[in-house]
Design a protein around this ligand. Structure first.
Ligand SMILES: [Mn+2]
Length: 415
């Protein structure tokens, strides 16, 4: 594959192969919801639309029409409006849309409904596919759900299919172009963590570490944060998604960082736990090394063929063994007091990337490895998270360069 454009083209080809005969697929790029007055939430492009086109623009549609084995690709973009462009910048032209995506048929949005209607009738289509992902039964319908409902009313003869499962299966296996972006995101994250290690000391506030990380990755070309940086010292570290970051860090405490840069649309997701004062106490060190042991043992089974759920079962098994050894628990059921989340998730265009959780691991998957131990009564929370690529030759730790050994951390903090 010579260009990124070939990557998007290949993704569309694979989706086209999956589409039922005589059907069309409609994928929407999304739109930022209004926050208040004339202030909108920041736009997050639909990841599937991006995966298929390489375009990060609001209110675009990709239409794929399959008749026989032919698949026609049509892109609908927003029309240029000079009076609006003075405020929000230039819109993408049809030529630019073709250059990025490789799609040669590009219409303006105003033609969407007539082209759609004509395609269905001229080609006698019988099916329509939308990304109908739903996280919870109670969840409010999004724009695509609403559009699909409206579509079904207008074309009751057509069968609806969800694109979610095929896109999930495609995105689960990363290709070379994606791994390059992920490595870029990891490299930026490493720069940020290096700066934290240089500056961390008692008396500073958690938000200062957050600011330093965010500044460093942006200053080096990151598109942004993969997610809101977590800098949780002392007792805050037992709250998994603590994001306030307002506390002053004290000598003797540990501080847990969970952070990542985004690059080329792809996210790094890394956790490190450091001693605020530069050295671990013996107790902190013992707990820290327990988490490292769990990491090492789970890593060994991160090979093709291992069932995904086995990773967390292994983490629980090792934590149970180690916690019993230290006399912190008496029965295996008690392990949930100190370890209470999953050991990993897929990583990619989304930080918690889509992917099946009931399948064997396969080459090309990128999965986080993040055991953690949380001892509320001692105000200690430790999580160590690496990003791991599954290959036929064994696991490749993409974040291997980011310091995590006890001696390594203490030496770096002495500088
Ligand atoms: Mn994670």
């Amino acid at each position: 594959m010579d260009t990124v454009r070939d990557f998007y083209r290949l993704n569309r080809t694979r989706l086209g192969e999956w589409l039922p005969a005589s059907s069309l697929a409609l994928i929407y790029s999304g739109r930022a919801p209004r926050a208040t007055a004339d202030d909108f939430y920041s736009f997050k492009p639909d990841r599937n639309f991006y995966y298929l086109t390489g375009i990060q623009r609001e209110n675009f549609w990709l239409m794929m029409v399959k008749t026989g084995s032919e698949v026609e690709e049509i892109l609908f973009i927003e029309e240029p409006r000079p009076e609006v462009e003075k405020w929000v910048g230039k819109r993408m032209t049809r030529e630019e849309a073709t250059a990025v995506s490789g799609i040669t048929t590009v219409f303006y949005g105003k033609d969407f409904k007539s082209v759609l209607n004509k395609a269905i009738h001229d080609k006698g289509l019988s099916g329509a596919c939308f990304d109908l992902e739903r996280h919870a039964y109670e969840e409010a319908p999004n724009e695509v759900h609403r559009f699909a409902g409206d579509f079904k009313e207008k074309f009751p003869q057509m069968a609806l299919h969800s694109l979610h499962y095929i896109l999930r299966d495609l995105r689960m296996i990363k290709q070379a172009v994606e791994l390059e972006q992920l490595r870029g995101a990891v490299a930026l994250t490493r720069l940020g963590i290096d700066e934290i290690l240089k500056s961390l000391r008692p008396g500073l506030y958690e938000y200062q570490m957050e600011a330093l990380f965010n500044y460093t990755i942006m200053n080096n070309g990151a598109e942004g944060n993969a997610f809101k940086t977590i800098a949780a010292s002392g007792e805050n570290a037992v709250i998994l998604h603590y994001i306030e970051n307002r506390k002053k860090m004290k000598k003797g405490e540990l501080v847990l960082f969970d952070l990542g840069a985004r690059f080329g649309g792809y996210n790094a997701d890394v956790s490190r736990t450091f001693p605020v004062g530069g050295t671990f106490t013996p107790r902190q060190r013992a707990l820290y090394e327990m988490v490292l042991t769990v990491q090492e043992e789970v890593l060994k089974i991160m090979v093709p063929g291992t069932p995904f759920p086995q990773l967390n079962l292994k983490a629980i098994e090792v934590f149970t063994r180690e916690l019993e050894k230290m006399g912190m628990i008496e029965k295996p059921e008690e392990v949930g007091r100190y370890y209470y989340h999953g050991v990993g998730h897929y990583l990619g265009l989304d930080t918690h990337d889509i992917g099946a959780r009931d399948v064997p691991l396969a080459p090309g998957m990128v999965i986080t490895l993040e055991p953690g131990i949380y001892v509320a009564e001692e105000a200690i929370g430790i999580r160590i998270e690496d990003d791991v690529l599954i290959t036929p030759e064994g696991p490749v730790v993409l974040t291997a360069d980011i310091p995590k050994g006890v001696q390594e951390i203490e030496a770096l903090m002495k500088r």
